[in-house]
Every structure is written in C-alpha cells, then in structure tokens.
Design a protein around this ligand. Structure first.
Ligand code: NAD
Length: 340
C-alpha cells in the first residue's frame, strides 16, 4: 500500500535525520551499554520511522534500522557466526495491536494448516541481554551475544563465570550440536544489593538491571564479570542436530532436565482471553518478580506451526512482544504532581 503522494523534501530530511539518530542510539545501547535516552523515547523514534516508511516505502532502504536486528557486534570481541540466525521480536504496544497480530497469526495458520488451532506459550519479556550457548555433545564450547543476528560477540569466558549456566549438561544422549538461546539478567534483589555496594564504595551506581547485565557480560576481564550477580533463563533454541522436540515447552522440559535454567513464569493457554489475563496479572505483579520485565512474549508453541509461519528478515511471525506502558512516564507524572 504505497502512499499517494511523494515525500516532501522536509519529510526526506526528517527521515534521513531519524535514521541517523536511531542508528546512533543503537550503538550507544547495544555496543556501549550506555543508552542516551529512555527505551520509551527510543521506541517513539522507531515508531515515527516505521510510520514514515509505511507511508513512503520508497524511502526505506535495506539498511534502515527498522530492517535490522540490534546493532553490529563490537570489535572489542571476537566475532562468532551463529549456526542459526537470532531474531528480534515484533513489538505490540496496545491491546488492539495485540488483537490484530493474534488474528493475523491464527488466520495465516488456518490457511497453511487447515483445522489447526495454535496453543500459546506465554513468557515474561526479561529485560536483559540475549545470549546463545553452544553445547557440543553436552559440553559448553561457546557463548555469544546476539549482535546483528548473524554475527555475535564471543563472550565465552565471561559466561563461564555464571553459576546458573552448566559447563556440562547433566543426563545423557545430548545432541551433537545444540544452540540454547536465553536471556542473561541481573536479578532484581541482587541488583539492589550490588548497587548499594557501589554507592558505599563511593562509585557510580548502575543505571538499571538491563544495562548492568549487558555491561557485565561485555567486560574485557572475566574476573570482573565473576563479581557480578548474573542469572539466565532459557527462551529458545537455535541449531539442534539430533534433538526433535515437538513443541517449545517440550524443549524447555528437556533442557531443564539437563540442568539448564528455565523460567518459573511460563504458561500455556488456548484463548485470547487467557493471554489478556496473563498480561494483566503480570502487569500487577511486575515489581515482585525475580527480574525486571518490559512486557510479555507470546509464542506459538508447536514447532511445526512455527515453521509454517516462518520469519521476516528481522522477526519471527510466530511470536511477538507485548510491551507494558513505560514506567518512566508515570514517575515523571508523579514528580510533576509533587510540584503542583
Ligand atoms: P526487544 O528487546 O524488544 O526484543 C527482542 C529480544 O527480547 C530478544 O532478542 C530477546 O533477547 C529478548 N527476550 C526477553 N525475554 C524473552 C523471551 N521470553 N522470549 C524471547 N525473547 C526474549 O528488541 P531488541 O531488538 O533487542 O531491542 C529493542 C529494545 O531495546 C527496545 O526495548 C528498545 O527500547 C531498546 N533500545 C533502547 C535504546 C535506547 O537508546 N534507550 C536503543 C536501542 C534499543
């Protein structure tokens, strides 16, 4: 649905500036772990970019930030090519966007696999850093960040310092090659305590658990990472030669049996109303959890159905992230109210 009118010179200029600005924030956030603006502010810039691209597809180029996963890997680490690509997630910012996405997924599944209803795997969207762990015959041989989805950064030495991540899987019959995907995070309580020690030592506290996790994993010296309280929960699989689970939650059960950490918050549901209930209930509880979240991830559970729905160049069509309204805004509103 191309636009009727051609983009004005002003709009072209705004677009070019936005592309630069978003790219600059991606570097600050993904490579330097030092965001210059809040996530909500960043999401607004991207939203504006997408809007212009939707109205004027002729402006959008393949290197637009809307077409890419994260940022380029930093040169401070050795590059690692993922065996299977890592994706980002489509963001949904309102119940009506969720409804549209849900209806589209159900309709497209009905078209490709008539009579099949998806079951939904619901997970919290952990505010941390994506990681891919490569196990060969049950042995952890490499850990890499997502990077641009194709090439990540080798952070094996740092990841080996995280107690929750097994160096060797328990049990037997492990796949020849297995890429376990998950999120590394700093648990909320540990983050508070760690920041307190920094404050007591007269140092600058870390901005938030997400940046703390990302900054901790991307240290040059593993001894520094080892001092940081980090955890991980599994949220997906990449390459898996010799492992044939039928669904994602099946896979989690197998991984848990091998000693990998899986989230206690996962649920499986059948209906849209149940998805809505899960969203509402965790929005209430979001400050009483083991880790920070910025939303909920909704996934089609069945692997055959996932394969039928496939991916775009940036995101899977079988999963989406529902983002809760940003809390920064609430805080600011409260601040303003305090002053009136
Ligand atoms: P994203 O973080 O919105 O979603 C994709 C990621 O979610 C996955 O790669 C995965 O690591 C993670 N995730 C967490 N829990 C998951 C689960 N249960 N299942 C699957 N995946 C799960 O997208 P993104 O492309 O990584 O980055 C965009 C995010 O980064 C936005 O929130 C944006 O606001 C923020 N950002 C902020 C700035 C800034 O300047 N403040 C700059 C760039 C990006």
């Amino acid at each position: 649905t191309a636009a009727g009118t051609e983009a004005s010179p002003e709009l072209r200029e705004e677009y070019a500036e936005l592309v630069d600005e978003v790219a600059r924030h991606q570097v600050a956030y993904h490579q330097k772990d030092r965001p210059l603006i809040t996530d909500a502010e960043y999401d607004q810039l991207v939203h504006r970019l997408r809007k212009i691209e939707a109205e004027h597809p002729e402006l959008a180029s393949a290197d637009s930030p809307t077409q890419q996963v994260g940022g380029a890997p930093s040169e401070a680490f050795a590059p690692v090519d993922h065996l299977r690509r890592m994706y980002s997630l489509e963001d949904l910012f309102s119940p009506s966007e969720l409804r549209t996405w849900y209806d589209r997924a159900v309709a497209s599944l009905e078209k490709q696999r008539p009579g099949e209803q998806p079951r939904w795997l619901l997970e919290l969207k952990i505010d941390g850093l994506a990681i891919s762990l490569l196990y060969r015959h049950g042995e952890l041989v490499r850990a890499a960040t997502r990077g641009d989805g194709t090439t990540g950064e080798d952070v094996t030495h740092n990841v080996r310092t995280i107690g929750d991540i097994p160096h060797r899987l328990s049990g037997t019959n492990h796949p020849e090659e297995l890429e376990v995907r998950g999120e590394i995070f700093m648990p909320s309580e540990a983050f508070e305590a760690f920041n307190q020690t920094l404050i007591d030592a007269g140092k600058t506290p870390l901005a938030n658990p997400r940046n703390a996790a990302a900054g901790s994993i991307r240290q040059k010296d593993p001894a520094k990472t080892a001092q940081r309280p980090l955890s991980m929960f599994v949220h997906g699989l990449g390459a898996r030669s010799g492992l044939e689970p039928t669904s994602q939650h099946d896979a989690y059960e197998t991984l848990a049996a091998w000693g990998l950490p899986v989230s206690p918050y996962t649920a499986i549901v059948d209906t849209f109303d149940e998805i809505q209930d899960y969203l509402d209930s965790y929005e209430q509880k979001r400050h009483d959890l083991l880790h920070d979240i910025d939303g909920v991830v909704i996934k089609v559970d069945d692997f055959a159905q996932q394969r039928s729905l496939g991916h775009t160049s940036r995101v899977p069509r079988w999963a989406a992230a529902y983002k809760y309204a940003p809390e920064e805004v609430t805080t600011r509103l409260l601040d303003i109210r305090e002053h009136v």
